[in-house]
Design a protein around this ligand. Structure first.
Ligand code: EPZ
Length: 416
């Protein structure tokens, strides 16, 4: 199994181009199921999760063609309406086929995702919303068995803010009869990106980006050409790395307007930022100052950035208090960072991070995607060698991470 070896303790310097957003590409790929016309995408990142989504759609009969960052999906002939356990267990976002399959074909059989390393992550809100739109849903042998005639528009008040839940229901509502109003909807930029793609396909959606989304169902959707938005979490990860390790880094092809909470915390940590229309430059000299934060749904501080900021706090001047409010078990990286010499005390879902003068390289293990990213940031600032195990997590969500960091002068390599 591949590992990542980092010899840390050097500042980062140079320019990196941001990839397309994983968490926008995945729902947008699933939206191809809503139409019998080709959906042509650009800026699709080369990631393990994107490959898994391609495989999932492929085994349903979708013709998937890929050429660099371009991907064409053609769901004219669907031969199976099943998302099997083998694929869903490797990628929970597979549940995003549920809404589109049900809306277009009136049936879907999707494996229940089951447990997850970062928290329970149920999908009850997806199910509840589809039931409100007239679907009959049962759980049988670990599968969500869903059936419906044409879905009917409904007013759905979600119990909590869920990103993929909002996306699933928005896609289903696009082909439903009548108007659907999603209240307490997720405001994440990826939801907006999906709504834009659906609009390009002919859907009638208002309010994406606010907590009330109104979808007027249409009889059919067309194909479209659509460019996936830049990855705000990848962008934030590079910025956090530069803030922790020091140096000057410029990110291009980014969407700075989706990163307000992250940029505010970086400024608080003492970073100098120059924000352009689609670029962000960061300059950091000296030790960062500790920052305290609470994760929250967008536009709050992203849970997907929490681990990277814990690494920053680990070497910062002062004490930072980090509270995770989205997932109940998303602090596993803290224990690994302790192996690098970080001074972190966990109390429930809060971490108290006392900055130390230096971290020291060690062998650590990645437990999930963003935990891995946090360990990479910590490895970049640690003196000596850090060896990160289980980096397949990293490959799920970061395109060519070691190449991009290498281009910034980091000593980082993949080893068998
Ligand atoms: C999305 O996951 C992202 N994944 C996650 O990114 C991200 O961490 C998360 O949103 C929060 O921002 C994709 O977009 C593919 P949620 P999602 O439903 O949609 C609870 C990464 O590293 N909940 O918004 O699965 C849930 O347990 C990944 O890139 C219910 O209780 O997250 C959690 O506590 C990890 N019932 C909270 O809501 C439901 O039906 C928010 O989860 C649905 C969710």
């Amino acid at each position: 199994m591949d590992k990542l070896r980092i010899s840390g303790g050097r500042p980062l310097e140079g320019e990196v181009r941001v990839s397309g957003a994983k968490n926008a590409a995945l729902p947008i790929m699933c939206a191809a199921l809503l139409t019998d016309r080709p959906l042509a995408l650009a800026n699709v990142p080369a990631l393990a999760d994107v490959a898994t989504a391609g495989k999932l759609l492929g085994q349903m009969g979708v013709a998937v063609e890929r050429d660099g960052g371009r991907m064409t999906l053609d769901a004219r002939r669907i031969t199976s309406r099943v998302a099997p356990y083998e694929l869903v267990k490797t990628m929970r976002a597979s549940v995003l086929v549920l809404g589109p399959l049900l809306a277009r074909f009136g049936e879907a059989r999707v494996s229940l995702p089951g447990g997850c390393a970062i928290g329970a992550r149920p999908v009850d809100q997806h199910i509840k919303g589809l039931q409100a739109m007239g679907a009959a849903i049962a759980i049988e042998q670990g599968y969500i068995e869903a059936r419906a005639g044409r879905l009917r528009g409904a007013r759905i008040v979600m119990d909590l803010v869920t990103v993929t839940g909002t996306e699933n229901l928005m896609m289903a509502a696009a082909l439903a009869e009548g108007t659907t109003v999603l209240e307490n909807a997720a405001r994440e930029p990826e939801v907006v990106d999906l709504a834009r793609c659906l609009a390009a396909m002919g859907a009638k959606i208002e309010g994406a980006g606010s907590d009330v989304i109104r979808v007027e169902g249409v009889g059919r959707l067309e194909g479209a050409d659509y460019r996936v938005m830049p990855d705000r979490i990848e962008t934030g990860t590079f910025l956090a790395a530069a803030a922790a390790a020091g140096g000057r880094v410029r990110l291009t092809g980014a969407a700075p307007q989706t990163l307000d909470a992250t940029l505010a915390k970086l400024r608080e940590a003492g970073a100098k930022l120059a924000v352009g229309e689609d670029s962000i430059a960061i300059e950091m000299s000296g030790r960062p100052a500790s920052v305290s934060l609470r994760t929250a749904p967008y536009p709050g501080f992203a849970t997907d950035m929490q681990a990277q900021f814990m690494a920053l706090d680990a070497v910062a001047e002062g004490t930072g208090v980090i509270t995770e409010t989205i997932f109940e078990n998303r602090m596993m990286h803290a224990l690994e960072m302790q192996r690098l010499g970080a001074d972190i005390t966990i109390q429930g879902t809060t971490a108290v991070v006392k900055g130390v003068g230096r971290l020291q390289g060690a062998n650590v293990m990645a437990t999930d995607l963003r935990a891995s990213a946090g360990l990479v940031v910590a490895g970049l600032v640690a003196q000596g060698e850090t060896l990160i195990d289980r980096i397949y997590h990293l490959d799920r969500g970061y395109e060519a991470l070691e190449k991009k960091l290498g281009a910034l002068g980091a000593r980082i390599e993949r080893v068998k």
